[in-house]
Each structure stands twice: as structure tokens, then as C-alpha cells.
Write a protein that binds this ligand. Structure first.
Ligand code: SF4
Length: 115
């Protein structure tokens, strides 16, 4: 079975064709990162999660946050639920940990700006 993907590992956006039954053999990639991306995307896709949390005393009402690593796509909605429970107070510095080890992933949710 051939899967078609667009590599997002760099702005080139190579159009990949992946033969799943042939050990994820990849064509259309211009470098090896495309091979690594294709296999990961088809076996255990992961993403950085970005969102906002409520902040008290800031210049805006919500603070941008993101995970400091990629989490499994299967966990994205659960991570969002955890983020939605949080309320912080100013001052917050960019990089401050907002949720430590979210859902036992060894990944933190951190502030992506100071406020
Ligand atoms: S295969 Fe390589 S060159 Fe092509 S988009 Fe992916 S990282 Fe960029």
C-alpha cells in the first residue's frame, strides 16, 4: 500500500510516496529527514501542542503556551483538556513551566511569551 505525504521537516515540502508494505520505503524525498519523517508519521505521529491559558493581571486575558516537545497525536485532546484547567497570574516569563510533565509524558507545557 502506498501512502502519500508532504514532508513538513523543512520548507521544501517534498511530496513523499511511502510503500508501507516494503518497510516504509520512501520516494520523493530530497534528504534522509524525509525518510525519518514518513516512518514516524505513519507509525507514531507526534506534534508540538500550542494553546493559551487564562492569566490574571496580564496585559491580555490569555497567555500563549506550548509543549516543550512533541506529544503523540493520540494525546493532543487530553493535553488540551489539561491546559484548559489552568489559570496563572502575572508576571510570567517566557519559558516558565505552566504544567510539569503533562500526562506523564516527560514533556512540560511552558509559556511562549512573557506577560
Ligand atoms: S525530504 Fe528533506 S528536503 Fe524534502 S521536505 Fe523533507 S526535510 Fe525538506
Amino acid at each position: 500500500m502506498i501512502e502519500k505525504l508532504i514532508c513538513i521537516a523543512c520548507p521544501m515540502g517534498c511530496h513523499l510516496e511511502v510503500d508501507v508494505e516494503d518497510d516504509y520505503r520512501v520516494e520523493g524525498n530530497q534528504c534522509n529527514r524525509g525518510v525519518l519523517y514518513a516512518k514516524k508519521e505513519l507509525t507514531n505521529p507526534t506534534r508540538i501542542v500550542t494553546s493559551t491559558v487564562v492569566i490574571k493581571g496580564g496585559i491580555y486575558r490569555r497567555l500563549p503556551v506550548k509543549t516543550n516537545g512533541e506529544v503523540s497525536k493520540k494525546l493532543i485532546f487530553k493535553v488540551m483538556e489539561e491546559i484548559n484547567k489552568v489559570e496563572v497570574s502575572s508576571p510570567i516569563k517566557c519559558g516558565d513551566v505552566i504544567i510539569k510533565n503533562v500526562l506523564n509524558t516527560n514533556i512540560d507545557v511552558v509559556a511562549s511569551r512573557s506577560m
